[in-house]
Structures are given as C-alpha cells and as structure tokens.
Design a protein around this ligand. Structure first.
Ligand code: Z5A
Length: 212
C-alpha cells in the first residue's frame, strides 16, 4: 500500500507569546479537520528525550557549556525523529510539534551566540533533508512576553536569562522567517487570545486548502 506522507507542522514563539495556548487550539482545529495527528514537543517527545529535557531545563548551580546544550538538543532530536516523527509521517499522520530546530537557531544561535554554520551542520547530519512543512511563529515584543511569563510562576533555566538574550532570540526567529518565507507564517501575538486564534485560523485554512 502506498501511503501519502503526512505534514509536519511546528509552532515556535518568543517568551510568553502564548504558544501552549495556541497549540491546543491548533490541535483541535486539525482534529476537527479529520487529520490523523501526533502531538509532540521539543526538547522531549520520547522517553529518552524527556530525560534530556529535564537535564536541559532544570536550573543548575554549575551552569552548562553552550556546546553541551546544543548537542543535547540535537541528541533529543535524533531520538525524536527516528522514534516518533518520521515513523508517524511515513504512516500518513500529521505531526504537530511544540518547537523544533528553529528554536535551536533562535536560542543556541541567537541567544547563546553559537555559530549558525555549526547548527546547520548538525541539522543536516541529524535530519538529512527533513524539514517542517509549516512553521507558525508567534511573535511579541520581549518586554510584553516576559511580563506574561512572570505571571505564570516558576522559571526554568532559559527563563532566567536577561532581556538582551531574549532580544537576540526574537531577532534570530525573525531572521529565519525572512530566510524561509515559504515555510514561516509570523503571527502577531500581542493581541488577545481570541484575536491570535483568528490569525492562526486563517493560516491553517490556507495551509489545509493546499494540502487536502
Ligand atoms: N529550547 C532551546 O533552547 N533550543 C531548542 O532547540 C528547543 C528548545 C527545541 C522550553 O521550551 C525551552 O527550551 C525554551 C526554549 C528551549 N525556553 N524557554 N523559555 P518550552 O516551549 O517548553 O517553554 P516555553 O517557551 O516556556 O513555552 P510555553 O509554556 O508554551 O510558553 P508561552 O508561549 O509563554 O505560552 P503560554 O503558557 O500559553 O502563555 C503564557 C501566559 O500568557 C499564560 O498565562 C497565558 O494565559 C497568557 N497568554 C497567552 N496568550 C495570551 C494573549 N494573547 N494575551 C494575553 N495573555 C496571554
């Protein structure tokens, strides 16, 4: 039997952009549209990947080398792709993933200042030709996002970084969006939750109309 490959949709966002909120909306939209769906996240998504996530997110007294952070992200991703994402796509399922390699370009490339060509080499090594079909990026000025995130409570290892870090993260996402206009859809997340949903809805309507 010849199954049509599913679609790979990723959702990215700056701090406090409302990614979790919009992800559950996207999930229900796709389910209602009858798409067989796997919802997952990075770092994580597999038992080993979730263990790596814990190491990456817990605040550490002794810090972590930026290169270690980068390699752990890709270690979790290698596992995620081979155990979960690629098998699902090959079985005709759609995969909705909370963050993916664009987050590496943004946080490890932009935020930490690691060389983008190093990230590209790892991307090619671990992913081969596999890339998302659609990336929804929720954008928001850094101050406004941090204010929302603060109201949420306990902070992970990334959330304790300073404003300059998050400005670089945001800029790196916007650079990626300019570089990949055929994949990226930038959503202005400074509006109310319902208004942001409305924008997301329009993006999904168009994407589905081309991928029925
Ligand atoms: N990371 C990395 O460095 N490199 C990589 O390669 C990958 C990841 C894959 C964990 O990610 C960390 O991993 C992340 C990057 C790094 N670092 N950080 N920080 P995560 O995705 O699990 O964590 P997160 O960024 O904190 O995601 P989140 O929980 O989805 O956050 P959010 O965007 O802030 O979403 P939210 O919880 O839906 O919204 C935050 C609050 O704002 C909440 O109270 C909402 O009710 C409220 N909200 C939401 N939308 C609105 C609107 N429109 N108006 C007003 N208030 C709103």
């Amino acid at each position: 039997m010849n199954t049509i490959r599913g679609k790979f949709i990723t959702v990215e966002g700056v701090e406090g952009a409302g990614k979790s909120t919009q992800l559950s909306y996207i999930e229900s939209y796709l389910r209602q549209a009858g798409k067989p769906l796997v919802v997952t996240r990075e770092p994580g998504g597999t038992p080993l990947g979730e263990e790596i996530r814990e190491i990456l997110l817990q605040p550490r007294a002794d810090g972590m080398a930026d290169e270690t952070e980068l390699l752990l992200m890709f270690a979790a991703r290698a596992e995620h792709l081979s155990q979960k994402i690629l098998p699902a796509l090959e079985n005709g399922k759609w995969v909705l993933c909370d963050r993916f390699t664009d987050a590496t370009y943004a946080y490890q490339g932009g935020g930490r200042g690691l060389d983008k060509s190093l990230i590209l080499d790892l991307e090619n090594l671990i992913q081969g030709h596999h890339r998302p079909d659609l990336t929804i990026f929720l954008d928001l000025p850094v101050e406004a996002g941090l204010e929302r995130a603060r109201q949420r409570g306990e902070l992970d290892r990334f959330e304790t970084e300073d404003i300059a870090f998050f400005e670089r993260v945001r800029q790196a996402y916007l650079d990626r969006a300019r570089l990949l206009p055929e994949i990226y859809r930038v959503i202005d997340a400074s509006y109310t939750i319902d208004e942001v949903k409305h924008q997301v809805n329009k993006v999904l309507d168009i994407f589905l109309s081309h991928n029925e």
